[in-house]
Design a protein around this ligand. Structure first.
Ligand code: PEP
Ligand code: MN
Length: 368
């Protein structure tokens, strides 16, 4: 289904450039919702987000306040004039959110992975009177799994319901094992989405990609370098006390600071290709770090073996042999021999440090 004839995401509303959507992961109390919203409005943010129903991985976690929190969103609208956004996953959520005057609905990553749920939402949207549907903005997060077709399928279902203020949110993809990112961004996928649906606005969610406050600024800049249309950033008046996703939430003041440091690239082909190349470098660096971590894990296993068999940690014969073979390979790949010696010696030094740590641990255990 071609997705064309889209309308601006927010009608005639004047938006910041880049577009910033901000607010807490969850609306937790009236005070937390209003405090956060007022600080954001004062910082110039025009769209407020807050989860009312929270899809948690396991039962027993904070699953959102539910229906009563919708009243707080109405108050935010009234008191700040901001547009308000929340996540919907069922027919009931859509009815209740619309009844409360919510302007922007987003479909979460777990829901967009489920065509039955997306179709249920699409059917409600299709049944709305035209004027009501035309005022509404719907954003579709990528499904948790890296499946571009499933993401496009979800967008097509909402588009097929007649929604024309339609956008996508890139929030990274679930991945097994330890990673720098909570949900690795796999930038190739949103870039391919943009190639397939060039008119569709794409907003980046650095909060759920990074999972940590420290990663938000650099992920946001990367997204702008890749010509994303906006950012959705989890912001809380007191992040350390947040009931969900606290490690990734920032205060409205920090948000304002981060936004002030962002540089919007010039709209030219040359910056776009430069951004693509930089994005490749970022990805390769991440892979390098993960490979190094893997190497250190093996080095620690070797450390345990050496300890058990009372072997010395440093074995010079092995080290010299390893160094020479690696340097020869690097030179055959057009790298400088001295550079490769430095890299290998730094890696070796860290392996030795980790193995010595293991030996020390065992000694200490024996003493206890
Ligand atoms: C959220 O935005 O708070 C959320 C639950 O996100 P996601 O669906 O991307 O996990
Ligand atoms: Mn969240």
């Amino acid at each position: 289904m071609p997705i064309t004839d889209l309308l601006p995401l927010f009608g005639d509303e004047k938006m910041t450039s880049p577009l910033i959507i901000a607010g807490p992961c969850s609306a937790e109390s009236e005070q937390q919702t209003l405090d956060t919203a007022c600080a954001l409005a004062a910082a110039g943010v025009r769209v407020f987000r807050a989860g009312v129903w929270k899809p948690r991985t396991k039962p027993g976690g904070f699953e959102g306040i539910g229906t009563p929190a919708l009243e707080w969103l109405s108050k935010v609208k009234e008191e700040t004039g901001m547009l308000v956004a929340t996540e919907v996953a069922t027919e009931r959520h859509v009815h209740e959110a619309l009844h409360a005057g919510v302007d922007v609905l987003w479909i979460g990553a777990r829901t967009s992975a489920n065509p039955f749920a997306v179709q249920e939402i699409a059917d409600v949207l299709a049944s709305l009177p035209d004027h009501r549907r035309n005022q509404l903005t719907v954003l579709v997060k990528n499904p948790v799994n890296p499946d571009l077709e499933l993401w496009i399928g979800a967008l097509e279902r909402i588009y097929g319901a007649g929604v024309r203020r339609l956008g996508a949110i890139h929030r990274g993809f679930t991945s097994y094992g330890k990673h720098i990112y909570r949900n690795p961004p796999k930038w190739r996928i949103p870039i391919e989405l943009h190639r397939r649906l060039p008119d569709l606005p794409i907003i980046c969610d650095p909060s759920h990609i990074g999972g940590k406050r420290e990663l938000i600024a650099s992920l946001s800049q990367q997204a702008l370098d890749m010509n994303f249309d906006g950012l959705i950033i989890e912001t809380h008046s007191n992040p350390d006390a947040a009931l969900s996703d606290k490690a990734q939430q920032i205060t409205p003041e920090v948000l304002q600071y981060i936004v002030s440091t962002l540089v919007k690239p010039e709209q030219s082909t040359s910056t776009e290709s430069l951004a693509l190349l930089r994005q490749q470098i970022d990805r390769i660096d991440d892979e390098l770090i993960e490979i190094l971590a893997k190497r250190m894990r093996v080095a620690r296993d070797i450390g345990r073996f050496k300890k058990e068999h009372r072997m010395p940690v440093v074995q010079p014969g092995r080290y010299n042999d390893l160094m020479q073979r690696r340097v020869d390979t690097a030179v055959s790949l057009d790298m400088d021999a001295e550079f490769m010696r430095n890299v290998l010696s730094a890696i070796h030094e860290e392996s030795v440090r980790q193995q010595l740590e293991i030996c020390a641990e065992t000694l200490l255990d024996k003493q206890l």
